[in-house]
Design a protein around this ligand. Structure first.
Ligand code: IMP
Ligand code: MG
Length: 337
């Protein structure tokens, strides 16, 4: 079945990038396309050789050398970030971006970081996506095709994704941010990002015909986190997270992530309703139960995490097929294999 979309149930930072990298290998994906807002995303995981991968723009699916990489037309591009990720991971020969991608400028970043409302009330990532998106919607932004440094990478990603899917090739769509940050689905506006972060939004970011969609992998973080302002149900103190050795810091901003003791069932049900998952990836289970750290064998899932899996399956109506157990790419239990 050709197209899998990966989206997040809560506020992001749940391991979508790692799930995408894993699936690129296990499904031997022909193409992976980044969806989502832009470079406000930050994905991180560690490769077997110890390389710590951190990226904001391109799909993490590059870990499979046969997978082609693309950025969908709905995604904002920051040229320096894009080009440096291509260079860092040697992706020059297999990266394309859509020629219609809006381009984030230095002024957008400056405005995002200096604007008092964006900084203090919204708590943005400061990556310029809000000001750039405002200009794009206002039709004053430039597009990738207008930039000499990007023109040679630019193509019609919508055509390419639909063509490969129609030919039965495996395509991955890597969403970004999280459902609860969606600008028009969150109950907490203005503490949101600048677009929706759902399945429908992700396929729209790419221009994928919905008929090609076969799977939606909803990534559910066992102990949800939030960066920036807005409510976080069941929030623990940062001191407790530190004391338990499970404190987290943002990939882009270094900001401490606010962390919850547990999943909020109402928000999980809402995320399932909006996204229609066919599969669930339950991530950061080693934070929820330290005994899970680094496990790879389905026989070694602890009773505590077994109970959580049953509960998440009841709330979402979808099976947990992937269980993340630590920071290495290999720290995964894949029940689909
Ligand atoms: P912006 O998307 O940078 O404008 O930030 C708006 C809100 O969304 C802030 O609370 C950010 O912390 C949050 N946010 C945006 N992108 C991400 C992400 O990829 N992971 C986690 N939080 C995000
Ligand atoms: Mg992140």
């Amino acid at each position: 079945m050709p197209v899998t979309v990966i989206v997040d149930a809560f506020w992001g930072d749940s391991g979508k990038g790692k799930a995408c990298a894993h699936l690129a290998t296990t499904l031997d994906a022909s193409l992976a396309v980044r969806a989502g807002v832009g470079t406000n995303a930050g994905a991180s995981f560690t490769l077997p050789d110890g390389t710590h991968v951190k990226q904001r723009q391109l799909p993490t699916a590059w870990v499979n050398p046969k997978t082609q990489l693309a950025v969908g037309p709905g995604v904002l591009v920051h040229p320096d970030t894009l080009l440096s990720e291509m260079e860092r991971y040697g992706l020059q020969d297999r990266t394309t971006i859509d020629h219609r991608c809006g381009v984030i400028t230095a002024e957008d970043i400056e405005a995002d970081q200096q604007d008092q409302f964006l900084r203090d009330v919204v708590g943005t990532s400061g990556s310029g996506v809000g000001p750039a998106r405002a200009r794009y919607v206002n039709r004053t932004a430039s597009q990738a095709r207008d930039h000499a440094s990007l023109a040679h990478l630019s193509t019609d990603v919508a055509v390419e994704a639909n063509r490969r899917a129609a030919a039965g090739e495996e395509v991955l769509i890597e969403g970004a941010q999280g459902t609860q940050l969606s600008v028009s689905f969150s109950y907490e506006y203005p503490c949101t990002t600048v677009k929706n972060c759902t399945t429908a939004a992700a396929i729209d970011d790419v221009g994928l015909n919905w008929r090609h969609l076969s799977d939606v992998l909803l990534v559910v973080k066992a102990m949800p986190t939030r960066v920036g302002q807005g409510p976080l149900p069941h929030e623990m103190t940062h001191a407790e997270a530190e004391a338990r050795g499970i404190a987290e810091y943002g990939v882009n901003t270094g900001r401490p992530r606010r962390k919850a003791h547990r999943i909020d069932d109402d928000l999980l049900a809402y995320a399932a309703m909006l996204n229609g998952p066919t599969k669930i990836a339950l991530t950061f289970t080693d934070h929820y139960d330290p005994a899970m750290r680094g496990r790879t064998d389905p026989a070694h899932i602890t009773p505590r995490v077994r109970d959580l899996i049953t509960h998440v399956e009841e709330v979402t109506g979808a099976p947990v097929t992937m269980i993340d157990t630590g920071p290495l790419l290999s720290h995964i239990i894949d029940l689909d294999r």
